[in-house]
Design a protein around this ligand. Structure first.
Ligand code: PLP
Length: 394
């Protein structure tokens, strides 16, 4: 039987919770209460459904990849096409959901923090759609590396604030966003981009991304009159994977595999394999696995995919791993490029560098299965954003 997770204090087994400055505690419990009421409201669900369909382009297709399946021989691969959504990835499922919650709560100003810039773009998009003020915090290092995403955000009317403190990356941008929120909480809503952060964010983001798995489950059943053998998705913070996995949680026969970035290799210091190599600790407001040294200092993560380059991971994934419900494997930078080429050549679909990690695991999965098996891969995003980087690599 499935337990209802998280519990009332935001825990998934030993993971999760709410580790926040005192000044935020009241704000977070107010958000928790209001979100619990809003998510049950029929008018809210209708409104979200409307924008997911008419603006973002849902439902996305579940596409049988015949060329790839023929190549792999023992796997029949279905692609859940989140890459076809407006803005080119799954992130808009969540930003649309949260901005509608913000509107219900009467907030007029949106803040976010972003590393690679993809969440910043998805947030700026929704803020423009609803005419809300939008401020995005971004490490100054990232502002330089991701200049095209900065341009996108600015075009859509967002203010991008480069953060000069600390390592000038995501971690520092997050601290600034929290500082802003504490100061401006009366009119401001903070949109977090993955299934991480203080309770109730991991559950809220999961709820909004679960549309992926709900659709995929229904679509697969309609096509095959049975459930898939495997689910496969890349894991950065874990939102596209959790979105696919969660609606299948109680289907014990469906095996779930999350793919982490091994960067230059799990034996080097340059990777983002948090669940495989991390230890338990607190990062960004919740307890989960994270990459840290023996003094508890957070390590810098590395991946060829900017969206996987995160030293933490959502607490629900840490719980799925510890309880054995899901398995988490790793794929290196070099193998991810092969994955990208494979899908491009065999299907005419260029995946995002993040997604390419999931694709790259398919040949290994094909070697594992005894007889022909079915798998749904979350095609979390398209590769357009990565073409500059790829032109330098190939
Ligand atoms: C941001 C991003 C990811 C990683 O984030 P998750 O929260 O782990 O889903 C994966 N794929 C794409 C295309 C992204 O933009």
């Amino acid at each position: 039987m499935t337990k209802r997770l998280p519990n009332t204090r935001g825990y998934y087994g030993p993971f999760g919770g709410r580790f926040a400055p005192e000044t935020l505690m009241a704000v977070l419990s107010q958000l928790e209460k209001q979100y619990a009421a809003i998510k049950k409201d029929k008018a809210f669900r209708k409104e979200l459904e409307f924008y997911l369909k008419e603006y973002a382009g849902r439902p996305t297709r579940l596409y049988l990849a015949k060329g790839l399946s023929a190549h792999l021989k023992k796997l029949k691969v279905y692609l859940k096409r989140e890459d076809l959504l407006h803005t080119g990835a799954h992130k808009i499922n969540n930003t649309l959901g949260q901005i509608l919650v913000a509107r219900r709560m009467g907030k007029t100003r949106i803040i976010a923090e972003t590393g690679a810039g993809q969440h910043g773009v998805a947030t700026a998009t929704c803020a423009a759609l609803f005419g809300l003020k939008c401020v995005v915090y971004m490490g100054s290092e990232d502002v330089q590396r991701q200049s095209l995403n900065v341009l996108r955000m600015k075009l859509m009317g967002a203010t991008v604030i480069p953060v000069e403190s600390g390592s000038k990356t995501l971690k520092d941008a997050m601290n600034e966003a929290v500082r802003d929120w504490v100061t401006n909480v009366a009119d401001t809503f903070y949109i977090i981009g993955s299934v991480a952060g203080f309770h109730p964010y991991p559950a809220m983001v999961r709820d909004f991304q679960s549309v992926i798995g709900r659709e995929a489950r229904r679509q697969f059943l309609a096509l095959n009159k049975r459930l898939p053998d495997y689910l496969l998705a890349c894991v950065g913070g874990g939102s596209n994977a959790m979105g696919l996995f969660h609606p299948f949680y109680a289907d014990a026969s469906v095996k779930m595999i999350g793919v982490e970035a091994a960067g230059h290799g799990v034996h080097t210091q340059q990777h983002a394999a948090t669940l495989n190599l991390g230890t338990t600790g607190v990062l960004h407001g919740s307890k989960s696995k994270l990459l840290q040294n023996s003094d508890g200092q957070v390590q810098v993560a590395h991946s060829i995919a900017a969206g996987l380059d995160y030293p933490g991971v959502g607490p629900e994934h840490a719980y799925y791993q510890a309880s054995g419900r899901a398995q988490y494997v790793t794929v290196t930078d070099v193998d991810a490029i092969e994955g990208l080429k494979l899908l491009s050549r065999l299907e005419g679909i260029i995946p995002a560098m993040e997604t390419a990690h999931a694709i790259a695991y398919l040949p290994r999965l094909a070697r594992r299965v005894k007889k022909t098996a079915t798998v749904i891969v979350c095609l979390s995003g398209r590769g357009d954003k990565d073409m500059n980087q790829i032109s330098q690599l190939i």
